[in-house]
Unconditional design. Structure first.
Length: 185
């Protein structure tokens, strides 16, 4: 008996009705970057079915070097595997979704941040960079950061959104945009 036991029972029901699908591009043609917060599950909030979207989750849903590397590889993979299917309209859209009441918001407070650094061994500057105190501001910053990356394929577009925990509503802050060919920072 573990915490997983009741979840494995749910999986039994899932597997009983399951039909495997072929490897293909995500049906919704999106890659979601969002927070690991359990109240922000994009499959539920955005109504995904299996195979609809790639989801990358980390603390705050921040665009980190690791996230940029994941997206660079996904862009390469999609170009290799699905170029005949998706070339006309681009590879996919990366939708960065930050949310209200994010647990990283506490890190905007210097005292809390200091205690977190002391307890975890994480650098204070890194913890400060995680903080999503104003999701509208951080989502804009992260969309710009991703668009400015030389690793981002020009066939990938990026948009920014905020999920409101109080209402369940996702609002678009920045419409989808492709990176500038010349690149600017
Ligand atoms: Zn969060």
């Amino acid at each position: 008996m573990t915490k997983m036991t009741p979840l494995l029972e749910r999986n039994e029901q899932f597997a009983a009705a399951y039909t495997p699908g072929p490897l293909g591009p995500p049906a919704a043609q999106v890659v979601i970057v969002t927070c690991l917060d359990h109240r922000v599950d994009p499959a539920i909030v955005l109504g995904f079915r299996l195979g609809d979207a790639v989801v990358i989750r980390n603390t705050g849903g921040r665009v980190t070097p690791a996230v940029i590397e994941d997206i660079a590889y996904l862009g390469f993979l999609a170009g290799q595997l699905f170029s005949g299917i998706v070339a006309a309209e681009g590879l996919f859209e990366v939708a960065v979704v930050h949310h209200t009441q994010c647990g990283t918001g506490f890190l905007a407070d210097p005292g809390f941040r200091h205690r977190a650094a002391a307890a975890t061994g994480l650098p204070e500057a890194a913890l400060e960079a995680w903080a999503v105190a104003d999701p509208h501001a951080t989502v804009k910053a992260d969309v710009e950061l991703l668009l400015a990356s030389p690793l981002l394929s020009p066939k990938v577009s990026v948009s920014g959104h905020v999920y409101d925990i109080a209402t369940g509503r996702v609002t678009t802050v920045l419409d989808a945009r492709h990176p500038q060919p010349a690149g600017n920072s």
